[in-house]
Design a binder for this molecule. Sequence first.
Ligand SMILES: [Fe+2]
Length: 306
Amino acid sequence: MHGSDPVWKKFIRGTKFYKADVLIFGGDLTGKNVITVKENTNGTYSSEFQKQNHLLKNKEDLARFDEIVRRTGCYTYVGSEAEIEELAANKKKADQIFHQLILQRVKEWVDYAEQNATTPIYVNTGNDDELEVDDVLSTGTKVVLPEDKVVMIGSKHEMISAGFSNLTPWHCPRDLEEEEIAKRLEKKIGQLKDPTNAIFNFHCPPVDSGLDTCPKLDTSVFPPKPIVDAGGIVLFGAGSSSVRAAIEKHQPMVGLHGHIHESRNIARIGRTFCVNPGSEYAEGILRAVLINIGDSGFKSYQFVGG
Ligand SMILES: [Fe+2]
């Protein structure tokens, strides 16, 4: 979701819209950028957003602008010319404000869920999400952070969750070495009574599964750039080998994955049904998958979006 307001709201309303019994989210909840807005002395505001200059005539214009920014998952910060200049020069201060805005929106989302949710909602964090997000998610009664829990989906199926991923070019807060991932996953799986009947809600998809195909990046430059060969972008499987090994070994009923936005797909690994619904958060679009599970196991799936 990466901070996109309408995506969160559509997800929460999915209970009614899609007649879902349970909502499960697998991570990367928070946004990536702050958009600064300068408050001018004559009561207008100016900002640069999506490579365009915006002049906002009054508070109503500012509110409309903020709504658009929130749709893309970014955060608006309004300040005087001196404050905006300080943020541009002082990375520590800018990071502090970014951090506050991230936690503030998560709190707003938890409150929205409190008011609107009618089913259990399991919301896990992803590799992009700062560790402090966990504390805010834990402040509600309707949202459950499943990372360190075995939760029951219906009365028959256990679910374990893992928000971390293998190393990315962006050095995210929950990026881990494969060896550490393998260790942590085995610990979680060891808590299950029946792994073959379980759901693995693992943010990172299994490597080379078709759920993890994305452009290969040149990390010798910053920001990293897609590698182009023979006129085309080079693609590769960015998923985790430890996630794949855990699925191959334990053969759970279902693997729920995300992380690679452009790899909306399903895969079968042995008897396990794995899926990545993809993401178009920046357009305010919810990409999801409805999964129909009976007591005897996985029945069917349907990609949904809008
Ligand atoms: Fe991710």
